[in-house]
Design a protein. Structure first.
Lengths: 406, 156
């Protein structure tokens, strides 16, 4: 696999940042886009644009077909049973909100429990908090150890007869922990509890097989998977999508509308009200093709090698601490430098063209657990190279120099 | 942009060893400030005398080098001034950070002007402006006796 060749497919890397070549280490936040995706967006608007599913004319038929092709590709990409189990949303956040809201409406009563973990991103906590506020639900947090791994037997102890749903991340956006979700889903299903997996970070970095995981819900943000912004995916087992009420009401999601009664469209349209981001969905097909052209296995191997290389090099730098040391880790390294605040690190690194993120990364619960207010985070994509890591480490050394650290 | 302009020695030094850190005795005004984007916290304690003078000014909090240095320098420059003078200094500082205007006030001597101007490099870094201004807004809030926490995301 030739990374330079892959990198050359991303136009942004021909840009200079502060006069330096861009070293983009913020892919956990959002990934850069290959030219094929950018071109497809442009091309669709130029030559093929029409709204979908509403008109008889040729442009609309073509657009509808292209939109459905992406749904089919997503179905194959995550190994779902049917394309009716793939719902397009705004992002993973909306996917989780959709489940929390509709599941909550139907199945959550006062005192019912929702089990999440200390690792969760705010987007897999706040939607459940609404049910705490509005329905009197109880949210329980499964603890992690200092390495950043979920303590499975503690997790099991928190499941009670009142637990109605479990929501867990597949890959932590701070520690990089790959959570053993299959094991957790097994435990939950033995007690007949459905599981939502927040796959925001995992989708671009590890192989996703929802059939093998047997998860009930899986949430993805397309912009992290080399796709356009503005679209996300909710995978849900068909039985749930049939049982749960619709989320957003409007055009496109109805079957028949009368003054005294409304019936809803079949799946997947039931959950796709109003005009959807058509061009973005169509272009996302190119993101999947891009991932497939590399091969998930090659992608995983490359990113694992980068992560190990970066860990090894960063650990050698005095005053650098790596956050967490989970059993299985992918593509995300959060760190601190003793005596330098993460925001100062980010500013100093930016001067060298190195883009990282600094702050709590939408994980205040996790930062409280680790007694940290903020961390610096370097995260990788398929386009990163060992040379990028070398530049990162040099820039980290520069922080130490500026702050006169011994 | 030049990092040396942002991270001048005086800023690094105040960031590392802030002055007037802690809770001052007999404070009669206080206010908290918070930057939810990065988690920076500041708590300003103020003792205003009967003749409307800032007798004591201290702070507690955590944050980046820019925010700690800015707060430390603020306590040095405002302590001992009348409330009117303090307000003028604060306004000049905020204008310098926002629009790059010069410090003209006669309320500060040359040495003090050099100190306050050491923070002028921040205006080149839009994402860091709030780091430098949080404590100054919090001081205004304390002087005005406001109860609500200052939040960088609700400031103009």
């Amino acid at each position: 696999m030739n990374i330079e060749n892959i990198k050359s497919q991303f136009p942004i890397f021909s840009k200079k940042i502060n006069g330096k070549p861009l070293v983009y280490l913020d892919s956990s936040n959002s990934a850069q886009k290959p030219l094929s995706v950018i071109n497809r967006l442009n091309d669709f608007y130029k030559n093929e644009f029409s709204n979908i599913g509403r008109s008889i004319h040729s442009l609309s038929v073509n657009a509808t077909n292209k939109y459905d092709e992406t749904r089919m590709s997503v179905k194959n990409f995550i190994n779902a049973n049917s394309k009716d189990e793939i719902i397009f949303t705004k992002n993973a956040t909306e996917s989780i909100n959709l489940v929390a809201s509709t599941f909550g409406q139907k199945y959550i009563e006062k005192g019912d429990e929702i089990l999440i973990t200390d690792l969760e991103h705010h987007s897999n906590y706040v939607p459940w908090h609404y049910l705490r506020e509005n329905k009197g639900a109880v949210i329980k947090f499964a603890p992690i150890n200092d390495e950043g791994d979920i303590i499975i037997n503690e997790f099991e102890k928190l499941i009670t007869t009142k637990t109605k749903i479990i929501a867990i991340t597949h890959l932590s956006n701070v520690t990089g922990t790959i959570v053993p979700v299959k094991e957790i889903i097994d435990i939950a299903h033995k007690k007949k509890i459905p599981v939502l997996v927040d796959g925001c970070q995992s989708a671009p970095h590890i192989k996703i097989d929802v059939k093998d995981l047997d998860c009930d819900f899986y949430a993805i943000s397309c912009h992290k998977v080399y796709g356009p912004t503005g679209i996300g995916i909710l995978y849900a087992k068909q039985k749930w999508l049939e049982k749960l009420p619709p989320y957003i009401g409007g055009g496109g999601m109805i079957s028949e509308v009368k003054k005294n009664a409304i019936s809803y469209a079949p799946l997947p349209e039931k959950y796709e009200a109003g005009t959807m981001p058509t061009a973005e969905v169509v272009a996302f097909n190119e993101s999947i093709k891009f991932m497939q052209s590399i091969g998930i296995e090659n992608l995983v191997n490359h990113e694992q090698e980068l992560t190990n290389y970066a860990l090894e090099k960063l650990k050698k730098i005095n005053s650098v601490s790596i956050i967490g040391d989970p059993k299985n880790k992918a593509s995300v390294i959060s760190f601190t430098i003793k005596g330098v605040h993460p925001h100062d690190i980010a500013t100093i690194l930016d001067e060298d063209g190195v883009a990282i993120r600094a702050g709590h990364h939408c994980c205040q619960i996790l930062h409280q657990r680790l007694n940290l207010t903020a961390t610096a985070r370097a995260s990788f994509g398929i386009y990163n190279t060992k040379e990028d890591i070398d530049i990162l480490c040099k820039a980290v050394e520069n922080c130490r120099k500026i702050f006169d650290l011994k | 942009m030049d990092l040396k302009e942002l991270y001048q020695d005086i800023i690094l030094e105040h960031g590392k060893s802030p002055r007037n850190f802690g809770k001052c005795e007999g404070h009669n005004h206080e206010a908290k400030g918070h930057n939810p984007l990065c988690g920076d916290q500041v708590h300003v304690y103020l003792k205003i005398s009967k003749n409307q003078k800032v007798e004591e000014l201290t702070f507690e909090g955590s944050g980046c080098a820019i925010s700690i240095a800015s707060t430390s320098l603020m306590t040095e420059l405002v302590k001992g001034k009348s409330l009117d003078t303090a307000t003028r200094i604060i306004n000049e500082f905020l204008n310098m950070i926002k629009s790059g205007s010069e410090i003209k006030t006669k309320d500060l001597n040359e040495d003090q002007k050099t100190k306050i101007m050491s923070l002028s490099g921040v205006k080149q870094y839009p994402m860091r402006v709030k780091c430098a201004t949080l404590s100054w807004h919090t001081l205004v809030s304390a002087m005005n006796g406001k109860k609500k926490e200052v939040n960088t995301e609700s400031l103009d």
